[in-house]
Design a protein around this ligand. Structure first.
Ligand code: ATP
Ligand code: MG
Length: 386
């Protein structure tokens, strides 16, 4: 049986990007190369508008599966290349289409090589009858189950019928970098993944409050980031000591304002670190209305401390949708491990759902938070997860 020679990578959204296109292809090429580095013998080639992965005898299943996680790929086609010879084209077409499931087919021919003796229509009129005669398939030119593509080029004829969906979006890295607030809950890893799909790289910031929060939370974060390494091979995690700030908040503000002020402090820290690390935006797993600190009024009061854009990929999703994605990217089981984080420990009985900005400012001005923030930033622990 004929085996596939290449995987042809389709860019989708990239194709519309005009002058940035070559940059995108370069980044995507590097990302694919990195993702496939453990597949011995598999090589890459960039040609015209496509990237080709040469299987060199490698079974395509695992390669395709790995590539389906790479953002910026619209689709993957398994391709056979034969010499520009109508007999070869006929027999390869028949063999490939026999491996597909369906009742109807259509032959689609592109002739890039104008010196080939037959034109597109002639090729179709030779190949289609061979298929009709040797299979149970019938022709459907509008919605065929199987689309058999034949592309005649200078170096040979490419034939493909099997196509897999890619992850879509943009290649990781072309969208810049975000300072992502990672909590260890369900939402923030999902938000990170959604950003990566859009081509945005992340660095993570986590606020730890030992001894109130346990060291085990950090292992949980590392496990979560290892799952996300599938989409971004190297992730920097900044662990910010948050205990003193949290204690100062609870010493100076009424319980109902503690969450609001705590989150204002988190945003201040994240914004400062973002600037330091050249991230033009910060991001979170917040979702509108999910908890007291995520009502629109709370978001307004919390967001007031920074002018850096805050991206909230989960903003309008409901919990079930978010959980579905977390299951897909395999972070759910890790996220539900029952460790306390700094939010759960200090959660007041009655947090304000509509905090007042003036009040929040009044309470936080009772202590010198600028100094505490700078101290915390100077004592960050960094881990690289790869
Ligand atoms: P998650 O499931 O992501 O923890 P959540 O529903 O528990 O979200 P909150 O605890 O209010 O909601 O947190 C909202 C967002 O704030 C989180 O998604 C995360 O981006 C950020 N965040 C919360 N706690 C921390 C923390 N300790 N360190 C870093 N970021 C945090
Ligand atoms: Mg949380």
């Amino acid at each position: 049986m004929r085996t596939y020679d290449f995987i042809m990578v389709r860019f989708g959204e990239l194709s519309t990007k005009g002058k940035n296109k070559s940059d995108f292809i370069r980044v995507l090429f590097a990302n694919i190369k990195n993702a496939l580095k453990d597949f011995q013998g598999v090589t890459l080639e960039s040609r015209y508008d496509h990237i080709y992965v040469h299987l060199n005898g490698y079974d395509y299943h695992s390669v395709v599966e790995r590539m389906q996680d790479i953002s910026g790929i619209q689709g993957l086609s398994l391709v056979c290349r034969v010499p520009n010879d109508i007999e070869e084209i006929k027999s390869a077409s028949l063999e490939l289409i026999k491996q597909e499931e369906g009742k109807t087919f259509k032959v689609k021919v592109k002739r890039g090589n104008k010196r080939f003796e037959l034109n597109s229509e002639e090729i179709t009129r030779i190949v289609a009858p061979v298929i009709l005669k040797n299979t149970d398939l019938s022709v459907d030119v509008h919605t065929p189950d199987i689309l058999l593509n034949i592309e005649v080029r200078d170096e040979g004829t490419y034939i493909f019928a099997k196509t897999f969906p890619g992850a879509g979006g943009y290649p990781l890295g072309v969208g810049g970098k975000s300072m992502h607030m990672l909590s260890g809950g369900i939402d923030s890893p999902v938000a990170a993944y959604l950003l990566m799909k859009r081509g945005v790289k992340i660095e993570c910031i986590h606020f730890a409050s030992p001894p109130y929060t346990q060291e085990a939370v950090i292992y949980k974060l590392i496990d979560l980031l290892k799952k996300l390494n599938r989409y971004q091979p190297q992730i920097r995690l900044h662990i910010v000591p948050f205990t003193k700030i949290q204690e100062a908040i609870y010493d100076n503000a009424p319980e109902s304002y503690c969450i609001t002020i705590m989150r204002r402090m988190m945003y201040r820290l994240a914004s400062k670190l973002a600037k330091r690390r050249n991230c033009p935006v910060i991001s979170t797993g917040e979702s509108v209305g999910q908890v007291a600190s995520q009502t629109l009024q709370s978001m307004h009061v919390i967001n007031e401390v920074t002018n850096i854009p805050v991206i909230r990929p989960c903003a309008t999703m409901d919990k079930l949708e978010i959980i579905k994605i977390s299951e897909k990217i395999d972070t759910y089981e890790i996220s539900i491990r029952p460790y306390e984080d700094c939010c759960t420990i200090f959660t007041p009985k009655a947090p304000k759902t509509s905090p007042d900005l003036e009040e929040a400012i009044k309470f936080e001005n009772r202590f010198d938070y600028e100094t505490l923030i700078n101290d915390a930033l100077n004592n960050i622990e960094v881990k690289i997860i790869e």
